[in-house]
Design a protein around this ligand. Structure first.
Ligand SMILES: Cc1cc2nc3c(=O)[nH]c(=O)nc-3n(C[C@H](O)[C@H](O)[C@H](O)COP(=O)(O)O)c2cc1C
Length: 181
């Protein structure tokens, strides 16, 4: 089972990219997690959106198409999802064929605040409704005070959080298998 992980941060030492690295290490047998690169996705401009979309958008869209499921790791910016993540999703939603429709997904997120991206995750869920993505409901992974749970490179050091991620990935596997039947 191939999972495409999309982190909503471009920061090299991002806690959310750290969550994706932790997820890669914790993936259950039979699951491979690949991290998407959204750093080269241009800002959405309708003038560049016609019969085709910019090459980085099409390349990422291919990876979404090939994936059996998606894994989002989102920060929280002003109680919502970061612009870079929304921008990447918006561009890919313009690729003909509805690449997101029917995809299973899991959502996790790390922030420095006390709510652990719960508000941004629920905004992301709303966006996914229109794209017809099927996010896993439970277990949820909200990583609060991420600066205390990750080291200076953004790598997750907290055992309880690793456990939560492992459980979510197990549930995603079952969910994706169920939807793929
Ligand atoms: C513009 C901006 C808005 C932010 N808003 C929130 C917020 O609403 N809630 C929160 O918990 N943290 C907020 N933060 C702090 C982020 O949690 C923190 O920058 C986090 O490290 C971002 O994730 P990353 O490490 O993956 O880049 C904000 C940071 C920025 C730059």
């Amino acid at each position: 089972m191939k999972i495409l992980a999309i982190a909503g941060s471009l920061r090299e030492k991002s806690y959310n990219r750290g969550l994706v690295r932790a997820a890669r290490a914790l993936a259950p047998a039979g699951m491979e997690i690949i991290e998407a690169d959204i750093s080269d996705i241009p800002l959405y401009n309708g003038d560049d959106d016609g019969d085709t979309q910019p090459a980085p958008v099409l390349a990422l869209a291919e990876k979404v198409k090939e994936a059996d499921a998606l894994l989002f790791a989102t920060p929280e910016y002003n109680y919502s999802i970061p612009g870079v993540l929304k921008n990447a999703i918006d561009w890919m939603s313009r690729v003909p064929g509805g690449i997101f429709a029917g995809k299973p997904a899991a959502i996790m997120g790390a922030s420095m605040g006390g709510m652990g991206t719960s508000r941004s995750q629920y905004h992301l869920r709303q966006v996914l409704v229109f794209l017809d993505v099927h996010p896993l409901n439970k277990p949820e992974v909200f990583v609060s005070a991420a600066h205390e749970k990750c080291d200076d490179n953004g790598d997750l050091q907290d055992e309880k959080t690793r456990e939560m991620i492992g459980k979510q990935l197990e549930a995603l596997k079952v969910w994706a298998e169920r939807l793929g039947e």
